[in-house]
Ligand binder design. Structure first.
Ligand SMILES: [Zn+2]
Ligand SMILES: [Zn+2]
Length: 361
């Protein structure tokens, strides 16, 4: 039988030959293990990581030839993965970890290259948004879908920036990432400010080359244009991003409400007494183009009023996740029942709205 030294040792079989290129088991692949290790170490050298995993793609012809001889012994694929994996551990001092590693390197022996899959870096915090003209994430021009047209001044977008871009830009730069994805505990409308304690978020930085960064410096950069702040920026995880994506929240709001006539103090006091108020909200007209038309039951848990004048008043309220506040005030042409306008008998609308707290429930 013709086997290379490596296969002869692996399979525990005698060999007549030490020429690896003529090996009947690996068809010469074992002779390239050192070259693969060198290639893998080189391609990982541009990245910061603490855990990795190593895989391999091998021609079926080699797998089949090896399988005839290896039976219940270690196969050629496993042999390559162990050789290169242990070599990398020795060279880099990093730990091979099969579950959620920072990087998965695959030795592609068919195309003679190393393929890297880089896990995202995650950072969490709470954001403040002081602008009434900024969406949470990038909003492409409705007319040209981002290609650029007269309507959008050839920017391809509806708004110059977004909360996501403000938070992500300094992080993408310092992590040398390829992009970002914002995970947030709900969202506010473009014209609604996010104040108080801020909204919980996790920002995901795609394909980062650096993972250990100066968080204080990054928060300073995020906050420097002045319209967005990131409070308590910290290292986070995929699990935390998922929690933020799937959790429900209780929200506190402050609103300036304008009314088409004066409202008696006693009427407003009576409404505060009514809370919690259960609402039936049919999908608002303004979002009907992107949400299915349903009637949802929501609740206003607490509500109070102040600064009552001839043309309006201030309102503070705590409401359940997904409650449409503007529609609760206006009634949305009968689509929200009951509404504040209906309860006090004077047509009202929200002139300015701020979210002042968002908490997990
Ligand atoms: Zn061999
Ligand atoms: Zn456009």
């Amino acid at each position: 039988m013709l086997l290379c030294k490596s296969c002869s040792a692996r399979l525990g079989l005698e060999s007549d030959l030490s020429k690896s290129s003529e090996c009947e088991a690996c068809l010469g692949l074992s002779g390239k293990f050192d070259a693969y290790l060198e290639m893998a170490a080189k391609s990982l050298s541009g990245y910061e990581f603490s855990t990795f995993w190593l895989g391999a793609f091998i021609r079926k012809k080699v797998i089949d030839a090896d399988a005839k001889l290896s039976e219940n012994k270690q196969g050629i694929k496993k042999a390559l993965e162990i050789y290169v994996g242990e070599g990398l551990e020795r060279l880099t001092g990093k730990t091979p970890t099969p579950v959620d590693p920072d990087i998965i390197a695959t030795v592609d022996t068919i195309n003679e290259r190393i393929e890297l899959r880089i896990s995202s870096a995650f950072f969490s915090g709470r954001y403040i948004k002081k602008s009434r003209t900024m969406p949470q994430s990038k909003w492409l021009c409705r007319k040209c879908s981002g290609r650029g047209c007269k309507e959008c001044g050839f920017t391809g977008r509806m708004y110059p920036t977004s909360v996501e871009e403000r938070i992500a830009a300094p992080l993408i730069k310092v992590c040398e990432g390829s992009g970002s994805k914002l995970h947030a505990l709900g969202r506010e409308d473009i014209d609604v400010r996010m104040l108080g304690t801020g909204r919980p978020f996790v920002i995901e930085i795609l394909s980062p080359k650096r993972r250990t960064i100066d968080l204080v410096e990054a928060s300073r950069e995020i906050s420097s244009p002045g319209d967005v702040e990131a409070i308590g920026l910290a290292v986070s995880s995929k699990q935390e991003a998922l929690r933020v994506d799937t959790s429900k929240a209780m929200k506190k709001y402050e609103a300036l409400v304008s009314s088409e006539g004066s409202v008696a103090m006693e009427k407003l006091d009576a409404i505060s007494e009514l809370a919690p108020i259960e609402l039936e909200q049919r999908t608002p007209n303004r979002v009907a183009h992107r949400r299915s038309d349903l009637v949802r039951v929501r609740a206003v848990d607490k509500i109070s009023f102040s600064d009552i004048g001839d043309s309006g008043f201030r309102m503070s309220l705590i409401a359940e996740h997904g409650t449409y506040i503007k529609e609760f005030v206006s009634g949305d042409e009968g689509r929200t029942k009951p509404s504040l306008s209906q309860l006090i008998g004077v047509q009202c609308r929200v002139a300015e709205l701020d979210v002042t707290d968002v908490e997990f429930v």
